[in-house]
Design a protein around this ligand. Structure first.
Ligand SMILES: [Zn+2]
Length: 196
């Protein structure tokens, strides 16, 4: 099964172009079709890694994106998360990439490949078309968010890194200034099963 999480970068871009804060744009989420299971509290997707150490390869082409992936991985590793994102040069289970695509509305996307309840591989992209206009702190916010998906987390509203919106009303970065996992994110991610 392949599952895609897309982040609603257009919220912020639209707000910027219109000179209006908080323009409502329908987010591009795909999780409605998925039955959240995991630990049963609805904040994760029910897919998980079998080991708490997860090797990843950072192959982003643009240096600001590569730096954001590193910063996001460090943010998770420096939290109380039970998972460890291990940087490797090849053969990772998570591929951290980027693209430069003006025809899509997302600033980040995560693609799951699963077998049963297990992740087999996860690929995350930053979209340089948007991140080239972000500060390093804002790009880190998107990276930390995507890595939350890569660890099995779903979207939640509020002051939490798994907030889907980078900008706009009630958004992860522009409203709450969050670019690292919060204690709520850590609690959620530690509720994702492992050992399966
Ligand atoms: Zn998301």
């Amino acid at each position: 099964m392949v599952i895609r999480w897309k982040e609603a970068a257009l919220v912020g871009v639209t707000a910027l172009l219109l000179g209006t804060v908080g323009v409502a744009v329908v987010p591009f989420h795909s999780h409605q079709a998925l039955a959240a299971s995991g630990d049963g509290d609805g904040d994760d997707e029910g897919y998980y890694w079998s080991s708490t150490t997860i090797p990843y390869v950072n192959q982003a082409a643009y240096v600001n994106d590569a730096n954001a992936w590193s910063a996001g991985a460090s943010a998770w590793n420096n939290s109380a998360s039970k998972w460890y994102l291990q940087s490797v040069s090849q053969g990772g289970n998570i591929d951290l990439l980027d693209t430069n695509n003006s025809s899509v509305t997302w600033d980040g996307i995560t693609i799951y490949n699963t077998s049963g309840s297990n992740f087999t591989s996860v690929t995350c992209y930053l979209n340089h078309y948007y991140t080239s206009g972000y500060t390093s702190a804002e790009t880190k916010s998107v990276a930390s968010h995507e890595l939350g998906h890569a660890l099995g987390l779903a979207h939640e509203k509020g002051a939490i890194v798994m907030n889907a919106y980078t900008c706009g009303s009630g958004s992860r970065w522009c409203t709450y200034g969050i670019n690292s996992p919060t204690s709520d994110d850590v609690s959620d991610v530690n509720g994702v099963p492992n050992g399966g």
